[in-house]
Design a protein around this ligand. Sequence first.
Ligand code: SF4
Ligand code: SF4
Length: 362
Amino acid sequence: MDMILFMTRECTLECRYCYVEHKYGSFMKKETAFKAIDLFIAENDGIAKLSFFGGEPLLCFDLIKDCVGYAVKKAAQKGVDIKFSIATNGTLINSETLDFFEKYNFRVEISLDGAEHSHNLNRPMRNKKNSYKEVVKNLKILKQKAGQLSVVGVISPLTVPFISQNAKHVVDELQISNYIMAADYTADWKEEDLSKVLDQFLILEEWYMEKSRKGDIFYFSVFDAHIFSHVKGGFKPGNFCDVGRKICAVSEDGKIYPCVRFAGKPQRAESYILGDVDTGFNWKKCSEISAENLKPRHQCEGCSLDGRCTTYCPCLNWDMTGSLNEIPGILCAYESMIVPIADRIARTLFEEKNPSFMKKHY
Ligand code: SF4
Ligand code: SF4
């Protein structure tokens, strides 16, 4: 079972779309973290992933160092191969964190919404400094050190006019080869916003084709995730996130949840608690949650795009609809707009036997 340690609710930013409730002044204790790691080791053989999340997990950097040292020692005793990762807003990276990520081969996921205006619009710093400048300064150093780096950007109704500019900024100007761009589905999306989103994705279709024809190797999630779902023969529930069976999140107070949004909203998520670090997993609850997640999405039955859409994040579904397998309408609208563009791109580049496309997907 992979595990995400939700280290703290505290953060250096005040993002407009943050899903963490009761945000400040709450940190995981060392005793809680070590008990969680004991459970993690006990439940795993072979390769397993341990991730650090929040809030901003690097506010707990000393504890993260202790956790990694403890986990590595415990894993060696049992023969578990741990892959570490962290999701950070990028404001607290320094030479020490960089050396640490490099030493333990961390996969680092850093948030950047795009160019300065868009990023600062939705992700202001609590200390009023320029959040974009802080992140980009650190990203430039991180790029040289982190073995596996991905950048994650969020689209909101406020930043729709800048979607294509933002993607080009991150991929072309900052030279990030792995850019994951997703919408804040919880925002108040209007019909007219969606038609502007489509216009932006059509600009990015041209951009993607042009870059591929130039031989660039890059991953842009909006299109590549949907091309991937075709190449792999379609996604099924559990392919992305098999909560309760293969993944869980431990909140800063030691409760075990299916994933991070549940840990971020503990009052709403009470009936989804899968145990705690003192008493361990409640396996009956784990199988109930897993079964709910693995059910077919009834809205998609008979839809020609079933299996192609990235609708299998139970965490997001729950946050939006209250059910792990009920897809929010906005996500469906988004996906049905993107998949035809991704298919058009794939068909053309496949027919051209485009080398960068073929290398990436076949
Ligand atoms: S960086 Fe993450 S945790 Fe911090 S305010 Fe933004 S969304 Fe919330
Ligand atoms: S377009 Fe909507 S209904 Fe069709 S598969 Fe995607 S999410 Fe389901």
